[in-house]
Design a protein around this ligand. Structure first.
Ligand code: ZN
Length: 285
């Protein structure tokens, strides 16, 4: 466990009075798969999830498959303002944890923490830039454990860029719909142990038209729809495996000002910093 990462992650948790950090995704997935987390990790294994895995999968039972869906910029503020939409993600999963992301609350900084458990001070991405990470990540330890990993995302986005040069298959496509359809196909093909499936367009339309514009909310509805269909696909095609399904957005967003209602994020304010992560476990049939 890396002390610097731990301190930085905990500082945001304390600031917002929550007991979850996005840095928990990697150590919790590692615990589910029974592998050691990356050496840079400062996050916590989530006890409720690990306990449920113990009950569902049994003493020696480990998670065999996981799908992690990453809708960009869907924060706790979206659950507050549109519970009829984000509530569908909660309904499709077992646990919802309200937690903090990291500063600067922009995509590459936040996903670097989600998929390493390292804080920005340790992973090194502190602003909007997309270098290939040199630290140990979830993808390195999964590859070391012999797991097959796919990252499915849109061309040139942060997730597509910063985790390159690993023993991972990178599927870089042009649209969210193509990413979603390929994710469904990869679940059905049953080759990968871990699939990361990304959605960019809520964030994209929020920047263009505003977080609460019809265009952006249409994409938020797609986040719920994608969640439901990915869950259904894992139940249909991965039923013989102990499996996990996670929804892990990177940050929230806010309107720039009352006069300029376009979306922005990157600040240390609740609308940007507080997000919900969702977990669902199912045992092999
Ligand atoms: Zn983002």
């Amino acid at each position: 466990m890396n002390e610097t990462s731990r301190e930085e992650l905990v500082s945001y948790m304390k600031q917002y009075g929550v007991d979850y950090t996005t840095g928990n995704v990697t150590p919790t997935l590692c615990a589910l798969f029974g592998i050691e987390p990356p050496d840079v990790c400062g996050g916590f294994t989530v006890p409720q999830v690990v306990d449920q895995a113990y009950h569902l999968f049994g003493d020696d039972g480990k998670c065999q498959k996981a799908l992690v869906f990453c809708p960009d910029a869907v924060g706790d503020v979206h659950m507050q303002r549109h519970p009829e939409i984000v509530g569908r993600i909660k309904k499709a999963t077992d646990f919802m944890f309200k937690g903090t992301t990291v500063m600067a609350s922009v995509t590459p900084v936040c996903f670097a923490t989600i998929f390493s458990g390292a804080s920005p001070e340790v992973h090194g991405i502190k602003e909007y830039m997309k270098p290939v990470l040199s630290i140990q990540t979830l993808f390195d330890v999964m590859a070391l454990a012999g797991k097959n990993v796919a990252i499915v995302s849109v061309n040139g986005c942060s997730i597509d860029m910063i985790f390159r040069k690993r023993k991972v298959d990178y599927y870089s496509l042009r649209t969210d719909e193509a990413v979603h359809q390929l994710s469904l196909k990869l679940i059905e093909e049953d080759y990968y142990d871990l699939i990361i499936s990304y959605q960019t367009d809520y964030d994209h339309y929020s920047h263009l038209y505003g977080p609460w514009s019809d265009e952006a909310i249409g994409q938020l509805e797609l986040s719920a729809k994608y969640t439901e269909s990915l869950v259904a696909a894992t139940d249909k095609y991965w039923s013989k495996y102990n499996r996990a399904f996670l929804v892990t957005p990177d940050h929230g967003n806010h309107e720039i000002s009352p006069e300029n209602t376009k979306g922005s994020h990157g600040m240390n304010i609740a609308d940007d910093m507080v997000v919900n992560h969702f977990y669902r476990l199912r045992p092999a049939q």
